[in-house]
Design a binder for this molecule. Sequence first.
Ligand code: AP5
Ligand code: ZN
Length: 217
Amino acid sequence: MRIVLVGPPGAGKGTQAAFLAKNLSVPHISTGDLFRANISQGTDLGKEAKSYMDAGNLVPDEVTIAMARDRMGQPDAAKGFLLDGFPRNVSQAEALDKALATDSVKLDAVLDLEIPEDEVVRRIAGRRICRTDSAHVFHVANQPPKKEGVCDICGGELYQRDDDSEETVRRRLEVYHTQTEPIIEHYQAQGLVVTISALGKVTEVTERAMEALQRAR
Ligand code: AP5
Ligand code: ZN
C-alpha cells in the first residue's frame, strides 16, 4: 500500500506510523526523521535544514522533494510506503503525483489525523525523543519510558526537540494551517482522503486507522 499520513504537529503521525508500517509491511518514511538524521550526522543537508526547522518553517521544496524521492526510490519502498510529513504543501503534492505517475503507481489513501489544538500542545510539551533515532518517541505522562530519560528501544538518551518550544510550535501550527491543510483538498479531489480522530489511546487510534485503511483499499 502507498499511504500519506497528514495531521498537525503532535497529532501522533510518527507514533502511529511506526505501528501502521509494521502492520502493513511497508517502510515508514518521515521527512522530519530524515532531516533530523542528517542534522545529527552533520551533513550539508542537515546544516541547511536546521535553521528552517528551528524556526518552525518548511525546508525549501527543492531540497525536500529530492530527499523524499531518493528515499522512495530505495528497494524496500518498491511495493509501498507510509509517508509521514511529506508532502507538506501543494507543490510537494504535485511533485509526488508526478513521481508516482512516472512509476505508473498510485496512492491508496491519505489518512488525515484530526485533533484539537489544546491536545496538540499537551502532546508536544511532554514529548521526548531518542538521540540515536528520532523515530523512537515517548511522552512523559502518556507513554513514559521504563527508565526516565532512557529509550526503551535502543538505550539512547531521550531529549526534547529543539523545535518543540512553545513559540516554534505556534509557528508550526500556523504553517500547518496555511500550507499543509490545502493538500487535503488536493487529495479530496482524487477521492483519497480518509479522516479519523487522533484522540484516545495509541492502540485505539491504530485500530481506527487500520479499519479506515481497509475501507479505503
Ligand atoms: P516533523 O518531524 O514531520 O514534525 P511535525 O509534522 O511537526 O510532527 P511531529 O513530529 O511534531 O508530530 P507527530 O504527529 O509525529 O506526533 P508524535 O507521534 O511525535 O517535521 C519537523 C520539521 O521538519 C518541520 O517543521 C519542517 O521544518 C521540516 N520538515 C519535515 N518534513 C518537511 C517537508 N515535507 N517539507 C518541508 N519541511 C519539512 O506524537 C507527539 C507526542 O504525543 C509524543 O510524545 C507521543 O508519545 C504522544 N502521543 C502520540 N499519540 C498519542 C495518543 N494517542 N495519546 C497520548 N499521547 C500520544
Ligand atoms: Zn532509541
